[in-house]
Structure formats: structure tokens, C-alpha cells
Write a protein that binds this ligand. Structure first.
Ligand SMILES: Nc1ncnc2c1ncn2[C@@H]1O[C@H](COP(=O)(O)OP(=O)(O)OP(=O)(O)O)[C@@H](O)[C@H]1O
Length: 471
């Protein structure tokens, strides 16, 4: 045996000498042909295919059939979440402020996945890939990459459907894990007070509103209709492209105070995992600033303008009705008159003034409103009849949803939310009273809420009955 080891060293030395001599004397074309021959020979006996996905930061390549950045983040998410539990060595990480643990792969860690009976393996690599690699992107030895390997006979399944499966799963996981945010715009005059970059127009905090469609009291048919509409919208990217319309949808929520308009917006955001941009028009200086704010809104967002009937009153020319309510039509008419009167009215003029109706309409429908992906616009008002038809016409506000006084179905949801009950003998009486009296869900909720820890369900329902009888 020791004779074998004695021969191995000089043997390797001789082979290396022959190799370097041949490399020097053989012409390039022949060298490549020989190289390819040996590669094919190796593949014949070891028919594996490897696909390398480089890190996003490496130099760009157009050879990828996925959109490169999306593919990388989807793969990373998929590996990080789906595979981690099966990985032998786990790397745990709890990002600050997060309630969940992130598990990810270590360098050179190899894990397997089975898809439609096909076994594939993923490895996190730190060095440049080997030569028999189908590469998606340029390589650098220091860059990390994921190497997917599988037997060559499964190439059709892996290339044909497994990779798209990883891509869509990765995106779905990222969507589920995304922490929603609530953005609000800050008056440009006050931006300095925040002590940071004055140019940042939106400030955000974590969106933690607990409302869902389950906790929203509303006619069940109407609720289902809204939910179906939202789902159809989010799945309609190709449809919107096909009809040549920007991928956005407008909802007008109208109804008396306390009927759940804001609650509905929170439920929508939680249902879709969208961010919320609460646009305070009174803090927007002019149309130019409004346009800038709109362009900064990212996709998968709900843009909210609450009490839209009051918002355009910031022109300073708003009129108050007898009741002290702002009449938008009057404001707009007045503004139009003023602009007609002043022939010098120019772009500059408009820039210096406040947000106008046309500025708002442009911000929803203008050419640049289509950028950035799917968006939902929600306007709320207590006085739908006062709004300018241009503002709420179909196509701009596609769905008009009336939030009405509490019906028996809504009451049952509230009773479940507040008292954890689904039935009580007093329900029948409450049903009759709700049919005869108008009470907002907010008032019903207030009456249902136990005022002390000792208060029984019976007493809470009694409170509501008394309030309804007085109404
Ligand atoms: N339909 C509802 N389902 C469940 N809770 C509701 C509903 N409507 C109102 N509430 C309760 O009443 C409170 C006030 O409701 P919300 O702010 O959503 O009403 P609103 O219609 O937006 O009122 P406003 O027109 O005054 O802005 C909410 O915090 C919620 O607890």
C-alpha cells in the first residue's frame, strides 16, 4: 500500500507537467474542442445539471428568463422559509421589532426539495461556479449564489414548472410576511420639525389596525361582494394591461358617521396585505406637491382621502353651509369662477394656490398615476350627494359602497366581537328595534361594550335595548 502512495506524488507531478506543456502548445480552437469533449464525457457519466442564481448585486445579465431581481428575492424567500425546517443546520435571526424568527441557509449548506416526485438540491455557494453550469448572470468569486442541482432527465420539469413554482411561492411567502405600513403626508412647512430629510414627504409607522372583514359589521352579501371585487382586482394585472387601463381601482365609501368607513379601509388593507397611504389634502401645498406625493406611493397600496367633501376646502375659499358643512360643489364652482375672471391665471398661479379639483383628478388619473403597480384609491364621505360627479364617476370611483346604519346581521358581528356571543334570548327584541330605529354600528358597539369587569352580557344587551328604545 505504501508503494501506491509513494507513486501518487510523482504521478500527479508528471500529469501536471504534461497538462501545462499541452496547454502551451495546443492551439486555442483545439484546446476548446478537447475541453468540451471531456465536459460532455463527464456529463454522460454524471448527468446532473446545475443552475446558478447569482446575488443581485453582481453585474447585470439579460440571459435570465426570470426578471432577475424578482427571481433572486423569490428564491431567497422560498429557501429561507420553506426549506429552513428541513435544513440540518439552521441559522436563526430575530430582526429587531419583529415577532417572527427568520431562518436562513448558511454558506455551503445543502438542502433538498421534492417537487412532483423530482428531487432537487439547493446549495448556498460563496465561490465561482464550476464549468458545467448553466449560468444566470455573471460571476465573481466573492459573490454568493444559490446553486440548484438536479438530474438531467428532470430538466423539463425543473425548467418548465419547478422554477416558476419557486418564483410564485417565494412571492406569496414574501407577501404573507410583509409588515404593512401606514403612511401619512406631512405639510411641507412642517417637514423640518421632524428633524430629518426635509424632502421626505411621507412618514410611516407600522400598520397595526386589527379590523378584518370578520370583525366588520355589514350586510353579508355586500361584504362578500367587496371581498370578491378586491380579489378580482388584485388578480387582474393582465386584464388591465389588455384593456389599456392603469391597474388601479377606486372605492367611494359613503354613509353617516360611525358606520364603519375607516374600519372598512383597515379591513381591506389587512385582507390584501396592502400598505395604507392616508392622504391629508389640507397638508398639501398645491397640485405639484400632490403629484409628487402620488409618485412616491408604492405598489400594493391603498390611498385614502377621508372626508373628501371637506378636503378641497383647503383652498381657503370654502363655503360653509347653514350646518357648517363644506359644500364641495360650491367650492369648486367658486374656484372655477375666480380662474375665469382672472385671465392671467397661469400654471404659476395654480402652483401657488392650493390643491384644485382638476389637480386631484389628475393625481388619480394622470399619465404618471399608472406607474408603480396596483393601487386602490378610497374616498370616504358622509355626504356623497354633495360631491362633484366628475370626482366620483365610474371609472374613477369604480365602486360606490354605502355604509349604513346597523342592521341585525351587523349587530350579530358586533355582539360576537364585543361580548363573544352568537345567540341570546334578547336578540329577537334587538332585531325588531333595529328594524324600527336607526343607530350607527359605532353607537351599537359603544352600548354593547361592558363598562366594568363585573358587567354581564345580559346587562350589556339591556343597555343596548334601552338606548334603542330612546332613539
Ligand atoms: N360596521 C362596523 N363594524 C364594526 N365596527 C364598527 C363598524 N362601524 C363602526 N364601528 C366601530 O365604531 C368605531 C368608529 O367607526 P369608523 O371610524 O370606522 O366609522 P366611520 O364611518 O369612518 O366614521 P366617520 O364618518 O365619523 O369617519 C370603530 O372604531 C369601530 O369600532
Amino acid at each position: 500500500m505504501s508503494g501506491f502512495w509513494d507513486m501518487l506524488g510523482p504521478g500527479i507531478g508528471t500529469l501536471l507537467l504534461i497538462y501545462t506543456t499541452l496547454e502551451r502548445i495546443i492551439p486555442d480552437d483545439l484546446w476548446f474542442a478537447i475541453n468540451r469533449f471531456f465536459q460532455n464525457l463527464l456529463n454522460f457519466f454524471n448527468p446532473y445539471i446545475e443552475i446558478t442564481f447569482d446575488e443581485l448585486s453582481s453585474s447585470s445579465s439579460s440571459s435570465c428568463f426570470f426578471e432577475r431581481s424578482k427571481a433572486y428575492s423569490a428564491i431567497e424567500t422560498y429557501l429561507g422559509t420553506n426549506f429552513s425546517l428541513r435544513a440540518e443546520r439552521l441559522k436563526g435571526n430575530i430582526p429587531s421589532g419583529s415577532r417572527s424568527v427568520t431562518l436562513s441557509m448558511d454558506d455551503y449548506e445543502e438542502i433538498t426539495d421534492v417537487y412532483e416526485g423530482v428531487k432537487v438540491s439547493w446549495m448556498r455557494n460563496k465561490s465561482s461556479p464550476r464549468s458545467n453550469v448553466i449560468s444566470f448572470g455573471a460571476h465573481s468569486p466573492d459573490k454568493r449564489s444559490y446553486i440548484l442541482s438536479f438530474r438531467a432527465k428532470h430538466k423539463d420539469i425543473v425548467i418548465g414548472s419547478y422554477l416558476s413554482h419557486v418564483l410564485s411561492e417565494g412571492k406569496a411567502i414574501a407577501k404573507r410576511n410583509k409588515r404593512q405600513r401606514l403612511f401619512m403626508n406631512v405639510s411641507s412647512d412642517k417637514q423640518g420639525d421632524w428633524g430629518d430629510d426635509k424632502k421626505l414627504a411621507w412618514r410611516s409607522i407600522a400598520f397595526e389596525h386589527p379590523a378584518t372583514f370578520d370583525t366588520l359589521g355589514m350586510d353579508p352579501k355586500k361584504k362578500k361582494d367587496v371581498m370578491d371585487d378586491l380579489v378580482a382586482f388584485t388578480n387582474a394585472k393582465e386584464y388591465y394591461k389588455g384593456i389599456g387601463k392603469p391597474w388601479k381601482r377606486g372605492y367611494l365609501l359613503y354613509g353617516p358617521p360611525g358606520t364603519g368607513k375607516s374600519t372598512m379601509i383597515a379591513a381591506m388593507a389587512n385582507f390584501l396585505h396592502f400598505d395604507v397611504y392616508d392622504l391629508e389634502l389640507t397638508a398639501v401645498k398645491n397640485n405639484t406637491e400632490l403629484r409628487m406625493l402620488m409618485t412616491e406611493i408604492s405598489k400594493r397600496s391603498i390611498v385614502v382621502i377621508e372626508d373628501i367633501d371637506c378636503s378641497l376646502g383647503i383652498t381657503g375659499r370654502r363655503k360653509n353651509t347653514k350646518n357648517g358643512e363644506n359644500d364641495l360643489k360650491e367650492v369648486i364652482a367658486e374656484k372655477a369662477d375666480m380662474e375665469d375672471d382672472d385671465s392671467s391665471s397661469s400654471d404659476d398661479d395654480e402652483d401657488d394656490s392650493k390643491v384644485t379639483l382638476s389637480g386631484l383628478l389628475n393625481s388619480i388619473d394622470g399619465l404618471w398615476s399608472a406607474s408603480g403597480g396596483e393601487k386602490i384609491f378610497v374616498f370616504t364621505t358622509n355626504y356623497a350627494e354633495k360631491l362633484d360627479p366628475a370626482l366620483i364617476r365610474r371609472g374613477r370611483m369604480d365602486k360606490h359602497i354605502e355604509m349604513s346604519y346597523c342592521c341585525f346581521e351587523s349587530f350579530k358581528v358586533l355582539a360576537k366581537n364585543y361580548l363573544k356571543i352568537e345567540y341570546h334570548e334578547k336578540f329577537e327584541k334587538i332585531r325588531c328595534l333595529l328594524e324600527e330605529n336607526e343607530m350607527s354600528p359605532a353607537d351599537v358597539a359603544e352600548n354593547l361594550m361592558p363598562k366594568s369587569a363585573e358587567m354581564s352580557v345580559d346587562e350589556c344587551l339591556g343597555n343596548l335595548i334601552a338606548a334603542l328604545e330612546k332613539a
